[in-house]
Design a protein around this ligand. Structure first.
Ligand code: S3P
Length: 433
């Protein structure tokens, strides 16, 4: 198990870009493969999670070329979704997005495939996609009541169009149903309690696939083939979030991030940090498939806030680092309506609470969130990532503010979403000392 030592820094100033957006990279691969020709993708996130999706497509006969730039420039040869039986299980690694979105596509293929995952993914519920996909006519078998992986999928070329009221605001569920809906007869729609990230809908529009949003419902018509087009992927705001918090929590710090995704369904972190006292300026430079631009953060010290309701899906992956921001803010921050955190790569409510306590922070844990008492000096401690990339990175940021040394145990998981994070952190530490 690899460890990372982090020490307190005195100041913080940086200008950087972050690797490509993970959610958009998965979708770019999948939609390009379903399209009717070659699609060049730039800014692709060549991290373990997205490579799991890439290898899955390759195993089903999709041709993908590496055009350079460290694997961030690729060409996918769309074959209208004419995928071959891989003949062996597909390993989705740590990636929930790979498994759930692939389940939506495999529901439309007339062969049986088993999807497997690592220890963490093998504990995550797949019934949230199995239930609607079975209603559409696919046969899906997982383990136990929560339908955990391995997941055996036997699809059908002609699925039944359905309307599905999803009990969770989940872009993975919504996307799996819309992907299956592409092969169903007629109109398939899905409603969610609050809007989740809309990358799938934007990519469908960009590749000229008719879909509509009416309130909290998105609908798609079956029988369409995405039009092949080149796709530019912005930097991942969820990766930028670590540096945004590092700058926002330090008076006088300045951070400039370029070419980062500014999709309104993903920028909850910017709204919360502004509420907590940071000065944040966003500028959209370009809107292709997705809006992208720059974010400037001027740190001003933080005050507590409340985070909940419809805001949660817009910052769900940023909650570990927002909890670190809360520990550094004056007052008590409450995070609620975030029970989804219990079924992420780790149970992020208990992993965050436990690691914050190790650093001397008072945290009250609830079923759907936590209350964090901020303002005490953080103490360097031994932190356990539990194999969860966002926990490892969030607590590396906490280490920049802690007295003494912070030792993060198990940092190899960072490769799932942010190759280069440790290098960036070490450079920032070297400059700021
Ligand atoms: C993702 C959606 C979110 C997010 C995950 C990526 C996606 O999960 O937490 O990291 O790419 O659709 P849910 O849709 O399950 O909330």
């Amino acid at each position: 198990m690899a460890d990372l030592k982090v020490k307190k820094v005195k100041d913080f100033s940086a200008e950087l870009t972050v690797p490509g957006d993970k959610s958009i990279s998965h979708r770019a691969l999948l939609f390009a493969a379903l399209s009717n020709g070659p699609c060049e993708i730039t800014g692709f996130l060549a991290s373990e999670d997205c490579l799991a999706t890439m290898q899955a497509l390759a195993a089903m006969g999709v041709e993908i070329e590496n055009l350079g730039a460290g694997g961030t420039h690729i060409r996918v040869h769309g074959n209208r979704g004419d995928f071959q039986d891989p003949g062996k299980p597909i390993d989705c690694g740590n990636s929930g997005t790979t498994m759930r979105l692939l389940a939506g596509i495999l529901a439309t293929k007339p062969f049986e495939v088993t999807l497997t995952g690592d220890e963490s993914l093998s504990k995550r519920p797949m019934n949230r996609v199995a239930i609607p996909l079975e209603r559409m006519g696919a046969r899906i078998k997982g383990q136990g009541d929560r339908c955990t992986p391995p997941l055996k999928i036997l699809g059908k070329e002609k699925l039944k169009a359905i309307h599905y009221d999803s009990p969770v605001a989940s872009a993975q569920v919504k996307s799996a149903i819309l992907l299956a809906g592409l092969a169903a007869e007629g109109k398939t729609s899905v409603s969610e309690p609050n809007p989740s990230r809309d990358h799938t809908e934007r990519m469908l529009n960009y590749l000229l696939v008719k879909n509509i949003r009416e309130g909290k419902t998105v609908s798609i018509w079956g029988g369409q083939t995405p039009e092949s087009r080149d796709i530019q992927i912005p930097g991942d705001i969820s990766s930028a979030a670590f540096w945004i918090v590092a700058a926002a929590a330090r008076k006088g710090a300045r951070l400039m991030i370029h070419q980062v995704g500014l999709n309104p369904t993903r920028i909850g972190i910017l709204n919360v940090m502004t509420r907590m006292g940071a000065k944040i300026t966003e500028r959209i430079d370009n809107s292709g498939c997705e809006p992208m631009g720059s974010v400037e953060v001027v740190g001003n010290g933080l005050v507590a806030t409340e985070i909940g309701g419809a805001e949660i899906p817009t910052l769900i992956d940023e909650i570990p680092v927002l909890a670190v921001a809360a520990a550094l803010a004056e007052g008590k921050t409450v995070i609620k309506d975030a029970q989804e955190l219990r079924v992420k790569e780790s149970d992020r409510i208990s992993t965050v609470a436990e690691n914050l306590r190790r650093m001397g922070v008072t945290v009250d844990e609830f079923a759907d969130g936590m209350e964090i008492t901020g303002g005490a000096t953080l103490k360097g401690a031994e932190i356990h990532s539990l194999g969860d990339h966002r926990i490892a990175m969030a607590f590396a940021i906490a280490g920049l503010f802690a007295e003494g040394e912070t030792l993060i145990k198990g940092v190899e998981c960072i490769e799932t979403s942010y190759p280069g994070f440790i290098r960036e952190l070490e450079q920032l530490q070297a400059m700021s000392r």
